[in-house]
Ligand binder design. Structure first.
Ligand code: EZ4
Ligand code: CO
Length: 415
């Protein structure tokens, strides 16, 4: 079975997505996600101009060989653009292999290790009452694990806080969903103002309030979004220990793996990191020295199912679990791949689940199901994705940027 053609689909049903469609000579079609938020067209070009011409005529079953061919063969290894492009190819080939086998993909990855993948949703509010409403809505929808983000007194807009807390968690119309979309469609990125001391003073009081209102059972998570120094992160982790977090995410900018050693030596709050990593090498020391508890890499940004599986097998030796990134900028194709792999992995931990808009659902036709606080893939062969290409073509690409963050004196800070 040979690859006959590959086509890049760029569509923007509310937000931008880059999808690769691979077709074999006997007409089997597979899909892969290569969406890189705010830099989408770089991946589309990498695929169209440099990868698609290499694919036709290759053995569609030779997934590992194709992965190595694209990784080593490019000479220029790693990087978010390259690894998102490789992810799109890899995921599409797994989709094809599973369709040919007549099995849902998770069966090829070892079969189900559990009933469903526990997920966490995003609750937020500019203040405590708004946050409580949001937590309640998530609990009503069946979420058992919830990420908590709030506004900080004195700061106008803070990462992770929805602009409209009045609306429902998901499934409704996109304009009134309880959601936040950090990549804004505009000529220039939005600029936010940041104050680390104000943040560090405020966050523990938020978790104290949430535990007081909602009790000890619910799993609570928090994302510091790369903004702290190691010693600030250690302080935050220590101050949150009484509230028993499931994890504290991305406390420091991730390039320096040694930063996590300092954090780790000060706090027993579990640490998750890696949504911006794209290679197993980014985890080399973090995993071997057991400096983290959860691996955040999604399939879409770290070279596909083949390489995320490799990271997770390495992590398993050190009792480290998966916590794959699942924002709305990972498409339903990427989320479907994550749920198949997550169902099979022994060291699955949790899956992030930020519900996609109705328009996005209609374009991609995912068949995974949310129930009892978790996601489960459907039993149909492959990934269980049905892209409506005519509908996709009705949503042309629109330039969008993630925000830029500045300290009060104007210095650019990590966003
Ligand atoms: O800011 O996906 O944990 N989730 C996150 C996300 C990221 C966006 C960036 O594209 O940190 O909200
Ligand atoms: Co994050």
């Amino acid at each position: 079975m040979l690859i006959e053609r590959a086509d890049v689909i760029v569509t923007s049903p509310g937000r931008n997505f880059v999808t690769l469609k691979i077709t074999t000579d006997d007409g089997v079609v597979g899909y892969g996600d290569g969406t890189l938020n705010g830099r989408e067209l770089a991946v589309a070009s990498y695929l169209t101009d440099h990868v698609v011409p290499l694919l036709s005529g290759r053995d569609a079953h030779a997934i590992e060989d194709t992965w190595q061919y694209l990784y080593r063969g490019a000479y220029w290894r790693r990087g978010p653009v390259t690894m998102a492009a490789i992810a799109a190819v890899d995921t599409a080939l797994w989709d094809i292999k599973a369709k040919v086998a007549g099995l849902p993909l998770y069966q090829l990855l070892g079969g189900a290790s559990r009933e469903r993948c526990l997920v966490y949703g995003h609750a937020s509010g500019k203040d405590i009452p708004e946050l409580f409403d949001s937590v309640r809505k998530h609990l009503d929808e069946g979420f058992r694990a919830i990420r908590i983000q709030t506004g900080v007194p004195g700061l106008d807009s803070v990462y992770g806080v929805a602009s409209s807390a009045a609306a429902s968690v998901g499934g409704g119309d996109s304009d009134d969903r309880y959601d936040y979309e950090p990549a804004r469609r505009a000529a220039l990125p939005a600029e936010e103002t940041w104050d680390t001391r104000a943040y560090l003073r405020h966050v523990p009081s938020v978790f104290e309030a949430v535990r007081g209102e909602f009790g000890e059972d619910i799993a609570l998570l928090h994302d510091a979004h790369h903004r702290l120094t190691p010693i600030q992160a250690a302080k935050l982790g220590t101050s949150l220990e009484p509230y028993d977090l499931f994890w504290l995410e991305d406390v420091t900018p991730a390039e320096n793996q040694e930063a996590l050693r300092w954090v780790r030596h000060h706090t027993t709050t579990p640490l998750a990191i890696g949504e911006v990593f794209n290679s197993i090498w980014d985890y080399q020391h973090l995993i071997r020295e057991q400096l983290i508890d959860y691996v955040r890499s999604p399939i879409t940004h770290a070279g596909g199912i083949t390489s995320v599986r490799r990271i997770m097998d390495y992590a398993a030796m050190y009792q480290i679990k998966s916590g794959m990134h699942g924002p709305t900028d990972v498409s339903p194709v990427g989320l479907a791949a994550a749920v198949h792999l997550g169902l099979a992995l022994h060291n699955f931990g949790i899956q992030e689940y930020m519900v996609h808009s109705r328009e996005t659902h209609d374009v991609f036709g995912p068949t995974y199901e949310f129930a009892h606080g978790g996601l489960r893939p459907s039993e149909e062969p492959g990934l269980g994705i049905h892209v409506d290409e005519e509908l996709a073509a009705r949503y042309p690409y629109e330039r969008a940027y993630l925000p830029v963050n500045r300290l009060r004196d104007g210095t650019v800070h990590d966003w």
